[in-house]
Design a protein around this ligand. Sequence first.
Ligand SMILES: C[S@@+](CC[C@H](N)C(=O)[O-])C[C@H]1O[C@@H](n2cnc3c(N)ncnc32)[C@H](O)[C@@H]1O
Length: 278
Amino acid sequence: MRSLKALRRFYARYITASAEVVDERIVDAFANVKREHFVGAGPWHIPVIGGYIVTETDDPAVLYQDILVGLAPDRGLNNGEPSLHAKCLAAAAAQAGEVVVHVGAGTGYYTAILAQLVGQGGHVHGFEIEPDFAARAAENLARFANVTVHARSALGVRLPMAHVIYVSAGATHVPAAWLDALALGGRLVLPLTPNERLGCMLLVTRLSEAAFAARIFSTAAFIPCIGARDEQQSSAVAAALDAGSTDEVRSLRRGSEPDGSAWCIGADWWLSTAAPTE
Ligand SMILES: C[S@@+](CC[C@H](N)C(=O)[O-])C[C@H]1O[C@@H](n2cnc3c(N)ncnc32)[C@H](O)[C@@H]1O
């Protein structure tokens, strides 16, 4: 007999194994959070190359696959791919008691998973710029005492100091304000997505006041992060992705002139193939 609980657990195990994620806390978080509470009533629009297909059923069982789900298909806004998020959540490594800023909370599914990971002693601030999504997220997350939904952009606002900044919309650069908001040891997980081509997932870890380790850990396609897009930096990221191996990236630099180790040069930041320095 069909059991949604069992389907959810298998889905959690399947997407984490596909993403080579071994953190059992992430498996449990995916197994515990009910996707059907966040993606609206079915039947659902499922994005495929060139458009959407509609599910034949409104049985929530269909949601427990490694598929995106349309949240507002008319605007091309979707609930993201679970296995990609499993990878991103593993990179972010949110721990119990930590403070997380989630940029692009949508209707709250991955915000809820982050809330599970930080537990009651931690807090997740979900920022969502689309007013209708922010309202849905606030409603969907009302029973999570450790979540605050901010119905506004995560740019142009003073962010709380964060152990994790988890970005779910594509930027062409690394906003200085987000680096400033990272606590020592804090992690920024950001889709770096140029206009011209497939982008990548960047993990930046603050090692000290001025030293940042950096690593690219996946390819990525995301809808644009409003306020974090710039033509020139998009071209720089596209050229870097075209030219060089993403495995070579080791640090993010700011406040210094790019040297021969530069892998990608942004406006006030650059990625280096050399180890992090102060
Ligand atoms: C790809 S959707 C993902 C939503 C959600 N994370 C999910 O997977 O269900 C990206 C979201 O980022 C939001 N967004 C874009 N730019 C933003 C910004 N500057 N601040 C806050 N939210 C933003 C969009 O409105 C959209 O809802």
